[in-house]
Design a protein around this ligand. Sequence first.
Ligand SMILES: Nc1nc2c([nH]c(=O)n2[C@H]2C[C@H](O)[C@@H](COP(=O)(O)OP(=O)(O)OP(=O)(O)O)O2)c(=O)[nH]1
Length: 212
Amino acid sequence: MATRASTLPPGIEGDFTETSVGGNDSWLTYETTRWYTNAFIIQEGSPNKLLLGYKKRGFGAHLYNGFGGKVEAGESPAEAAARELKEECGIDAPLQHCGSLLFVTRGGPEWAFQIEIYRAEEYSGTLTETDEMRPEWFRYPNIADVTPSTDLAVTKENGESLPPIPYDTMWPDDVHWMPLLLAGRHFVGRADFELDNEGKYKMLRWWFGVPA
Ligand SMILES: Nc1nc2c([nH]c(=O)n2[C@H]2C[C@H](O)[C@@H](COP(=O)(O)OP(=O)(O)OP(=O)(O)O)O2)c(=O)[nH]1
């Protein structure tokens, strides 16, 4: 059950209703922030379809994710999101801003990632595999009855020919906000991670909410 947020994580400001919170570690500190984007194509139908890309190289390699990257000097986040979508999978889309995620690591990059998240229901152009990303479609269930913490990967659904959302090969925070994204809701969140000795990112603490 969502509760009105009493204490927001550092870096999150506003009036939000908490949808998911966890972890016992202290919030990590950071000195600088860099801006990033992440874009998803979401199509309701039979089945409902979500476009993800398998990242072939760089940060988050071997994970499925939306399409995105750094906001370059002189660009707005919306311009960067459109550019990255085109560069990484060859398509254009009427992207709409729907979320903001603060991503902080210990042992990884020393800056905090401010990630602006976009979605679109349509696109033009031909989906193309690039050096960085391999686009693939996944199915998701009808979300009317799904709460923010429902594990969509195991929910019974139609459209058996597409695989379910591959949460096991995504950033661990994504399961907390993906239902909000799929439901077309606006959301904000913070997730702190630690890079362990084996080169894996472990989530230490997280908080997600929707505008109150
Ligand atoms: N879904 C999800 N995406 C994340 C998380 N953390 C995180 O950095 N990302 C995304 C934001 C960016 O889209 C991407 C990191 O950017 P990148 O490493 O591809 O950026 P880049 O500048 O090297 O790429 P590029 O511009 O060369 O294409 O990963 C997370 O916890 N969940």
